[in-house]
Design a protein around this ligand. Structure first.
Ligand code: T68
Length: 823
């Protein structure tokens, strides 16, 4: 912290702010070829971005030589997804120059906010898993842990969602169409990545059998770095994202044969590898291109890691002392056989030495227990694309099962459950099993989730490796998710308890006594209202709908998925609508219910729920009896920059997944940190949020994870709830009969049927009444603004645990065995 304060004192000097305005003008001309007298916001945004970035390059090089000189152990965070969102404000925030920059930009005739809006989000991820990776990069570099993100620079990130006649439509997200000032492309660094071909046996000079991978088709990987400034900028790190380039010699042979178009076709095909992010979260599509993407990331990354390592070491034997690799879910788990291949086939090691190095290098984070999300690859696909890896996987499995059989003699059922190869329904490679076997540590992302891994999904493994499976509860970076996105509240907090909270979130606890101070409560409420006003303006711009900032802002923003139960929220909205219609003069708490989230393009039921939300909104918002008391809107294209507007304005955060299904959730943390009260089930990190904020400051309802499991076992009958609850029955009948789709009566039958006829897998019917009761408690409390604001303060004040700084330190000390540099 002392460094941060020192930096902010002489920030003008360190970042040469006196020269910033001239630099912006210079970059307008020299880099962008624009007339500085033009008033194009986009040009000025770019000129500002380049001028900010160039101020970090020096610090970044200094950081890298610090790491090099101290021979620090490095952490590599391998992830198919990162969701950094926009960079400009994050750079300025972490550099501590937001206010200074605002002044300079004003002198040029702009507001900082309008230039900020010119930036497209880097949407290189689907949701929580990708955003977590970005929060962890921020926390690693802010705490001087030598960490790097490795990922893919997709040309097209997560699709752009628009809503047309109530339906989701996907448009391609060509986010770098007008360039991206943050990337530093390394045109001179290229690695070759191999595919297909075959594994060949030969004898080395000592007469040992060896393998080599031959007759491959090769693609080149080119890195592109994006700087990641730590808070206070004592260190600057980077994420290195790979793009695919066609290999030159591959094409040359075709060109020489005179087949120009054929050669160009090969070039285009190979460059397709990094074209597009797969838009499915929690669902495995199993396409060959996706496996290619995974191996492309892994192969390029390991060439880069080993090149860096070998600059300072002569032998690979000490790799685990110098390198820790965290696998963000199983998506990069092909890294395990890849490192084995490199150590054995390229560096000549024997199996046992190589395996020991491997298992001391890798750790794996699991993010889901949903069976449809667990990755398995057909053996014939994997064997064709990566023949040598398939051989290695078989050998890993053979040796592993030998060990299991020795520990549990005669337990063949267990062997088939634990095998890396699934036999039933055609042979497939189970990537989770491979990742567990090849890692020293496996972690879940919240206490409940890790417990479910130990006792449910990975129970056999937990019995075999009793210390391997652990918990690291997720966290979010307080820099982006409070300081940057919520200036009004941040200012108030800093005025009250000083600035240290943003690097030591536990400090927020000093707000607890202030919850009893009515002047502080008023100031807190004013900050919330200011944010609600800002959001109202945004909503008006985006969906041409006026919303009233004095109503309760009830928010559910996350990917659309049945297990997240946006439908349960809709059922509550319909119930409120009915109550108002039945009794138009009833005294009810006015609410604005807002939704946002993308559905995977092939996920029919999730898309239908988006449509239902929009049709319910149409009916509710048009009804004169309801006016002023209930409004509903779906905000299109939920993304990081939208979250930064939504989160600070929420009164109520909906975290209502079926217990046992949401691994952690991180939106829940962001909302509570910004003073929203949570209505939620005892699922994922909600459990720990309740422990921290106190049961009296959160609205918990519904079945618990073990009750869901028991109900599934003993037979669950959703109809029972329908028959015994008139209000529920009415809601279901309205959905099923076409009340919200008068021109297409059967439109929502699949929604009705999933609950009434197909078993209601996510148990909405069972949780409906408890949810309604919890919502009634919300309404009652909101009428007592003093109490509400008190609880809002207590929520934020007790969120210290959920800083990603804490999560990253747990990984650092418990899993990576690294310490912050300079300590
Ligand atoms: C999320 N998972 C969890 N997956 O659902 C959430 N999946 O509970 C948790 O808080 C978060 O991870 C961080 O730990 C995802 O976001 C994906 O996005 C995904 C992407 C591709 C394939 C499968």
């Amino acid at each position: 912290m002392s460094r941060v304060c020192k930096m902010s004192k002489n920030v003008r000097e360190v970042f040469r702010l006196d020269e910033l305005k001239d630099d912006i003008r210079r970059n307008m001309v020299a880099l962008l070829g624009n007339d500085p007298r033009s008033k194009r916001k986009f040009s000025y945004y770019n000129a500002l971005a380049y001028s900010v970035r160039e101020r970090l390059v020096d610090l970044w090089m200094r950081t890298q030589s610090d790491y090099y000189d101290s021979m620090a152990k490095r952490v590599y965070y391998l992830s198919m997804e990162f969701l950094p969102g926009r960079f400009l404000m994050n750079y300025l925030t972490n550099m501590g120059i937001v206010d200074e920059c605002r002044e300079i930009v004003a002198e040029l005739g702009f507001s900082l906010e309008e230039l900020e809006e010119e930036e497209w989000d880097a949407g290189l991820g689907n949701g929580g898993l990708g955003r977590l990776a970005s929060c962890y990069l921020d926390s690693m570099v802010s705490q001087n842990i030598p960490g790097y993100g490795y990922g893919i620079l997709y040309d097209y990130g997560i699709f752009y969602q628009s809503i047309v006649n109530g339906n989701q439509e996907e448009r391609c997200d060509n986010w770098r169409r007008h360039g991206c000032p943050w990337e530093i492309t390394r045109l001179d660094t290229l690695y070759e990545v191999k595919f297909y071909g075959r594994s060949e046996t030969y004898y080395d000079s000592d007469g040992n059998v060896r393998f080599r991978w031959v007759d491959t088709e090769n693609v080149m990987a080119m890195p592109c770095d994006i700087l990641i400034p730590g808070y206070g900028c004592s260190h600057v790190s980077n994420m290195r994202l790979w793009t695919a380039q066609s290999s030159r010699e591959f094409n040359l042979s075709d060109f020489n044969r005179g087949d120009y178009i054929g050669a160009m076709h090969g070039k285009v095909m190979s460059e397709n590898i990094t074209k597009v992010l797969y838009p499915n979260d929690q669902f495995l599509q199993g396409m060959e291109l996706r496996l290619k993407q995974q191996y492309f990331l892994v192969s390029a990354t390991f060439q880069d890691i080993l090149r860096r390592y070998l600059k300072q070491h002569t032998s690979l034997a000490a790799l685990p002392e110098a390198v820790a690799v965290q696998l963000n879910d199983t998506h990069p788990a092909i890294a395990i056989p890849e490192l084995m291949r490199l150590l054995m086939d390229v560096y000549g090691m024997g199996w046992d030495v190589a395996w020991d190095i491997c298992t001391r290098t890798f750790a794996y984070t699991n993010h889901t227990v949903l069976p449809e999300a667990l990755e398995t690859w057909p053996v014939d696909l994997l064997g064709r694309l990566l023949p040598r890896h398939m051989q290695i996987i078989y050998e890993i499995n053979r040796r592993f099962l030998e060990g299991v059989a020795a520990t549990f003699p005669g337990d063949t059922e267990r062997l088939s459950r634990m095998s890396v190869i699934q036999e039933e329904g055609g042979q497939r490679v189970r990537m989770a099993n491979l990742a567990i076997v090849g890692s020293h540590t496996v972690n879940g992302v919240a206490a409940l989730h890790s417990n479910i891994l130990q006792t449910g999904l990975f129970r056999d493994f937990h019995e075999y490796y009793p210390r391997k499976i652990r918990n690291v509860t997720n966290g979010v970076t307080p820099r982006r998710w409070l300081m940057q996105c919520n200036p009004a509240l941040s200012r108030l907090i800093t005025q009250s308890i000083g600035p240290e909270w943003c690097c030591n979130l536990e400090k927020l606890r000093e707000l607890v006594p202030l919850a009893e101070d009515s002047a502080f409560r008023d100031a807190w409420a004013r900050a919330k209202l200011e944010n609600k006003r800002l959001l109202s303006r945004y909503v008006l711009r985006k969906v041409q709908m006026g919303i009233n900032p004095n109503t309760l802002f009830d928010m559910q923003f996350k990917r659309m998925h049945e297990y997240k139960r946006q439908l349960l929220n809709v059922m509550h909205v319909i119930s409120l609508f009915n109550r108002i219609k039945d009794n138009p003069s009833a005294d009810i708490t006015p609410r604005t219910v807002l939704f946002g989230g993308k559905a995977a393009p092939g996920y029919y039921q999730a898309k239908l729920i988006i449509r239902l939300i929009n049709e319910v909104a149409r009916v509710v918002n048009a009804d004169a009896d309801v006016a002023g008391r209930l409004r509903v809107a779906f905000l299109p294209n939920y993304c990081i920059s939208q979250a930064e507007k939504v989160v600070p304005a929420a009164d109520l955060s909906e975290q209502i997944s079926t217990a046992g299904m949401e691994a952690s959730g991180t939106g829940n943390m962001k909302f509570a940190l910004n003073g929203a009260l949570t209505i939620g089930t005892l699922d994922g990190a909600n459990v720990e949020i309740m422990e921290e904020v106190g049961a009296e400051n959160i609205f918990i309802f519904g079945l618990k994870a073990h009750e869901v499991a028991e109900k599934r076992r003993s037979g669950y009958n959703p109809r029972e709830f329908y028959e015994n609850d008139a209000e529920l029955r009415r809601v279901m009948d309205m959905i099923g009969s076409g009340f919200f789709s008068p021109d297409e009566r059967g439109l929502f039958s699949p929604v009705y049927d999933s609950l009434m006829h197909h078993g209601d897998y996510y148990m909405l019917m069972a949780d409906y009444r408890p949810y309604m009761e919890a919502q009634a408690a919300v309404d009652a409390l909101y009428l007592d603004q003093d109490q509400w604001v008190r609880k809002s303060i207590l929520n934020a004040a007790n969120m210290g645990k959920f800083s990603s700084d804490r999560s990253v330190m747990e990984y650092a000390r418990g899993i990576w065995h690294v310490e912050p540099l300079g300590k």
